[in-house]
Structures are given as C-alpha cells and as structure tokens.
Design a protein around this ligand. Structure first.
Ligand code: NDP
Length: 321
C-alpha cells in the first residue's frame, strides 16, 4: 500500500487476514513498559530484547487495510500496537474495535481502555466494596488511581489519595471528589499520616506504588481488609527491590492481598463499557489527561511517569483526529 504524506510516498507492508495495517493516532505511556525494557527481568511480561525495535504498547489507531473479516478500512481500534506512525498489528492479540465515538478518542488509552479496566477490576471485582468502607489509593492522580477514587465515591466509600505534589493533591480534592488527599513527599512518617486520615483503619488499599507506602499501610489495615496489588512503581527502577517488613499483618488481620493482571479480565470489557459510558456522558466521572504532541516527545513522556511529572493519564498524540 502507498500513502502520500507531504511530498513523501510511503510504501507500507501489505495487511493479511491475520494482520491489520493501522495508522497510530494516540500512544499510551504506561509504567509496565519500563518492566518490558528490563533485560531478563523476572516479570509477567517477557523482556523486550531488542533496542533496535520500536516499543510495544497500547494505542488507538485507524485501520488502513485489513484482510480480516471482523475489521474493515476506516475502523477505529485500541489495543497493542507499536511506537511508530504505522503498524502491522495482529488481530489475534489484544485489539478492540471502537464502537462509541461520542467521547474523546484519546479516552481509549485511559478511562475507556486498559487503565480504566484496571481500576474497575481491581476495585469492584477484587474488593467487593461496601458503603461506608475506608479506601486508600496511592499514585491517586494517575491514569488508574483517579478512577479508583471516583469509583470508591460512587460505591459510597470514604476515600483518601496520596500523590507527589500540591497540584495533584488539589486536583484530587477539588476536581476528582476525593474526601482527603496528601502529598506523601511531605510526610516524614507515613504511618503517622495514615493514622491521621484513617483513625479507625483502612478497609481497602489500592496498591499502585509498593515499598515504604505498602509497609506503612500494612500497619493501618483493618481486619478483613483487602489489598488489590495493581502495581509497585516505586520498585521498577531499582536493581534491588526494597524489603517490606510488616507482612505479618496479613495474618493477624486476615487481610486478602491479591495481585492481578488486567488482560486476564478483558472478557469483562463489554460489562465495563456498559457501566462507565453513562457515567462519562452524564458528567459523573471526570478524567484528567496529560497529552504530549508528536512521536518525538514520546520517550520523555514515558520517562516522566517515574518522576511524577505527569498530571493524569500520559498520552502521546501522533495523529489526533
Ligand atoms: P500513573 O499515571 O499513576 O503514573 C505513574 C505515577 O506513579 C507518577 O505520576 C507518580 O505519581 C507515581 N510514582 C512514580 N514513581 C514513584 C515512586 N518512586 N514512589 C511513589 N510514586 C511514584 O500510572 P498508572 O495509573 O498508569 O499506573 C499506576 C500503577 O498501576 C503502576 O504501578 C502500574 O504498573 C500499575 N498497573 C497495573 C496493571 C495491572 O494489570 N496490574 C495495569 C495498569 C497499571 P506521584 O507524583 O503521585 O508520585
């Protein structure tokens, strides 16, 4: 297939019945991509071996060519693609056709895509929250955390978020409806901070960061608390993971701590869409995005997740429609 861009004519590989040719519109910056880059890392995702290949990640694209009967030219899709302008994507890997376009297309990298499903599964499916329960969320202003907090409010819970700047704390309290929020970087004693916000303890801790935060949380959990282990971003850049010393609280308080991988729950995506779309359309859920223009801004955007410079879901717009 030939495409004319400016004065350049691109010759693109042909699509086949298993492989679609797509034009990437938005690329998603996700913390797990750091794990992919760690050579030989023992993780749930195989290491990305070659430095000469484009990064693999989630994105939104438009189908330019397809031999597959389920997809046709012009369809919009989200799923696993590559960090490049055009990609050949396999129809048998994670790929969803986008049916609802009355919402921003970029939302399919976030609230309507993988991070949205992560918040939904981790909070509702794994925790079965009850009205009045006390919920704590770390990395609370990010792609996943901002939704967990809003889901907790919808479920009638009290929710507190931690984040790494005053701007993020203000966002949580003033725009996203958290009951309380604090800047963990300003707390010399996290245990004392949690006791301040949760004098009666925490029922649900949505774990996004690990390390010292998890250790302090374990001291403040209530009996029969639940900890969905979504991520541990504080550990992804360490060659030696930090030790967690308070794990015995899992026994004393009969806490359920459960790791999960969102892709295992993708069969629930239609149910999730039924739940989330009306909330978006009725303005009952907000979603904060942090969009960088241009593929060349991608590497810095991805790295910014690890210094907390993103404000909300970090996205690279390469050909927004
Ligand atoms: P975010 O949009 O929240 O971005 C990452 C945030 O993490 C940063 O903004 C920063 O916020 C915080 N952070 C970075 N480094 C540290 C650190 N050393 N200590 C504490 N906080 C830090 O990312 P996502 O919402 O996309 O992801 C949140 C978590 O969920 C990650 O751990 C990710 O790996 C995990 N995840 C897991 C999935 C699964 O299937 N299990 C699927 C999707 C995500 P701040 O400024 O507040 O510190």
């Amino acid at each position: 297939m030939h495409i004319i861009e400016g004065t350049v004519i691109l010759k693109l590989p042909e699509a086949s019945s298993e492989v679609l040719l797509i034009k990437n519109l938005y690329l998603s910056c996700d913390p797990y991509m750091r794990i992919l880059m760690t050579q030989g890392a023992s993780s749930y995702i195989p290491g990305s071996a070659s430095h000469s290949m484009p990064l693999t990640g989630y994105g939104v694209g438009r189908v330019l060519e397809s031999g597959h009967p389920d997809y046709k030219k012009g369809d919009l899709v989200w799923g696993i693609t590559k960090w490049e302008e055009y990609s050949l994507v396999s129809s048998d890997q994670t790929l969803f056709k986008i049916e609802h376009t009355d919402v921003p297309l970029s939302y399919y990298t976030g609230i309507l895509g993988m991070p949205g499903m992560t918040a939904y599964v981790g909070f509702f499916e794994l925790c079965s929250p009850k009205k009045g329960e006390k919920v704590f969320v770390s990395a609370a202003s990010g792609a996943v955390g901002q939704l967990v907090g809003q889901f907790a409010k919808l479920a009638g819970c009290y929710v507190v978020g931690s984040a790494g700047s005053k701007e993020k704390v203000d966002l949580l309290k003033n725009k996203l409806g958290f009951d309380e929020a604090f800047n963990y970087k300003e707390e010399s004693d996290l245990n004392a901070a949690l006791k301040r916000y949760f004098p009666e303890g925490i029922d649900i801790y949505f774990e996004n960061v690990g390390g010292k935060t998890l250790d302090a949380v374990l001291l403040n959990m209530r009996s029969h608390g639940r900890i969905p282990v979504c991520g541990m971003i504080s550990q992804y850049n360490l060659s030696q993971p930090e030790g967690v010393t308070n794990l015995a609280n899992l026994i004393y308080k009969e806490i359920k701590m459960q790791g999960f991988i969102v892709s295992q729950f993708y069969p629930l995506y239609p149910k999730f869409l039924e739940f989330i779309l009306p909330h978006i359309r009725e303005g009952k859920i907000a979603y904060v995005e942090d969009i960088v223009e241009g593929l060349e801004g991608g590497p810095a955007a991805l790295v910014s997740l690890f210094s907390g410079q993103n404000l909300g879901k970090k996205i690279v717009a390469i050909a927004p429609e």
